[in-house]
Design a protein around this ligand. Structure first.
Ligand code: F6P
Length: 343
């Protein structure tokens, strides 16, 4: 059997660990042949491929990024997209595809399977941890560790200057990174997309923190919104091919508002792509490797249209369509638990 592998969407630490596990198990246990498609769905669309065998995956377990490249290409938005994919899969004699991606990449895999019979197995990835059907996605743990380390460092400089430091972390629709890193790093305010924030309350927490003679750290997810406003963006015109706007801007805006309202100096650190780069944590390597092994088992069983998922400590298979149907956001009671530390 010849299996195609692709990685789509925003990159994330652990992608290479999945590729390695898939190839090692597929070649060693089943004698399969592999081909790598470059840059997400752009690879099968354009027939852009790289050889993928055991030599290609040696040494990549701890490497960040993806050896296959990634993009946010949406084949359903390309002229003749599906037909071109079908032709390229036939030309390279690909029997099945393993698609490693988030909501968008796996949404495409689900449609290609359901509507066109293309045999796909999905592996969930995203630092945002917002895919339903799996307890965790790999990449998230690494991002939380990076954000927590940044918050730890910002505490000491904030205290030295007695200023407010706002930390903007990733999280488009879900505040998982903000909540976990904010709790782990002892932030004084955590703002997430799931709950619109009240600027007066934020300023109240900031002021009470100063009253206790400490400097406040405010962690804000890039998708968080004020009660009486919309997404705060630096550039509202930049869209990717899935129609998502390019986020970032709320941290800067928040620091200005806090400074104007409280009279305290406020600065912003935007962590941005630092959260996605570099070597994966041990947990992410472990999870990504197990996902890769189980994705290979699904292909062996002919169990297509499925995504591997973590449930407790078990890796299970769930229908791709179900897994991509809705996002996993932070439940409000979980967010409210953290509020005892605000202010
Ligand atoms: O979806 C993962 C993610 O890291 C989001 O948190 C973020 O908004 C987005 O990707 C950024 O994507 P890009 O690097 O394509 O601008």
């Amino acid at each position: 059997m010849r299996i195609g592998v692709l990685t789509g969407g925003g990159d994330c630490p652990g992608l290479n660990a999945v590729i390695r596990a898939v190839v090692r198990k597929g070649v060693q246990d089943h004698g399969h042949d592999f081909i790598g498609f470059r840059d997400g769905w752009r690879g099968p669309l354009r027939g852009s491929v790289v050889p993928l065998g055991i030599p290609a995956v040696r040494g990549i377990l701890p490497r960040g990024g993806t050896i296959l490249g990634s993009s946010r290409t949406n084949p359903f938005k390309e002229p003749d997209g599906v037909r071109r994919i079908e032709e390229n899969l036939a030309a390279y004699e690909v029997d099945a595809l393993i698609a490693i991606g988030g909501e968008d990449t796996l949404g495409v895999a689900a449609r290609l399977g359901d509507e066109y019979g293309i045999r796909c197995v999905g592996v969930p990835k995203t630092i945002d941890n917002d895919l339903s059907a799996t307890d965790y996605t790999f990449g998230f743990d690494t991002a939380v560790n990076i954000a927590t380390e940044a918050i730890d460092r910002l505490h000491t400089t904030a205290e030295s200057h007695m200023r407010v430091l706002v930390v903007e972390v990733m999280g488009r629709h879900a505040g998982w990174i903000a909540l976990h890193s904010g709790l782990a790093g002892g932030a004084n305010v955590i703002l997430i997309p799931e709950r619109r924030f009240d600027l007066d309350a934020v300023c109240g927490w900031v002021t009470s923190r100063f009253r206790a003679s400490y400097a406040p750290i405010v962690v804000v997810a890039e998708g968080a919104m004020p009660q009486d406003g919309d997404l705060v963006l630096k550039d509202s015109t930049a869209l990717d091919s899935f129609g998502h706007v390019r986020l970032s801007g709320v941290g800067e805006w928040l620091a200005k508002e806090i400074e104007a309202r409280t009279g305290k100096e406020a600065r912003t650190t935007v962590l941005g792509h630092v959260q996605r780069g570099g070597t994966p944590s041990a947990f992410d390597r472990w999870l990504a490797t197990r996902f890769g092994l189980h994705a290979m088992d699904a292909v062996r069983d002919g169990d297509f249209g499925k995504m591997v998922a973590l449930r407790g400590t078990e890796v299970v298979r769930v229908p791709l369509a179900e897994a991509t149907a809705r996002l996993k956001t932070v439940p409000l009671p979980l967010y409210e638990e953290a509020q005892v530390f605000f202010g």
